[in-house]
Design a protein around this ligand. Sequence first.
Ligand code: SF4
Length: 305
Amino acid sequence: MNEEIATNGNATETNETENNLLELAKSNPDGISNDDIKRHMPDIPLTEITAIINKCLKNGIFDLFKTKDNLLYKYKDPSKKTMVKGADAEEKLVYKIIEEAGNKGIWIRDIRFGSNLNMTQLNKVLKSLETKKLIKCVKSVTASKKKVYMLFDLEPDSSVTGGAWYQDQDFESEFVDVLNQQCHRFLVEKLEEANTKSNGPLLARNRSYATANDVHKFISELGISKVSLTVEDIESILYTVVLDNNAERIVATNGSYVYKAVNRFLPSAGIVKTTCGICPVANRCAETGLINPKACSYFTDWLIQ
Ligand code: SF4
């Protein structure tokens, strides 16, 4: 595991597991080992833990230390990065404004208003801070031409990156479709299992419901996502399954949603989709008489469509 952690993974999304891991590291200032992590988070898949640790190492949130026979991860607060020596007053001012914006970043226009620097001066300061790797420029998913600045070590908020469903500002519809299908597959399998293993329809119905946590665990174990998905991400996908009429959701006693696959209605017969299928005077329509197919403009229009 040690080597894997030191070399693999590229997770980018903050999630519950990540928060738990960060809390564990914060409460152990001397560092945590892989064994500590396993002991505190026995149910989390190794791949997920590995991805989070690599992300923390990459973003400078963790420092890696080697002891005699172990690797230790030490928490390093990214917000406490100090300005390099030699920064001038303008750089300090701009840095402070950007620091206050946190991981949501700040637009260059707002930095200009906050600092009272003209555009030429400001561009020079920003360039200098970027070169020193104290700040970085991130494209906002809400507007392709809008760039926001934030401290170099911060992970951009999902409101800036668009979250797990965006890659370089592009919405990954294929990824969402795959997740939608896999979530639906999990619910269908759960439904089938409940139907075959339960005695009686009520028990089968109760057993066929799954929580977002159940589906999240299944998706994490499948390993189809390069980014670490949160339970909230999975809730969003499950909602698309519900909107596709492939699942229903109800509120459980604890207030959270539970999901169950539903059998789709049979497709309507072709005749129902014709004009005659919904015609209010169909019972009076005949070959002879005033109401007849030859004289019917609705029927003619439908035929030549
Ligand atoms: S032919 Fe026209 S009038 Fe007759 S049933 Fe069809 S739609 Fe109705």
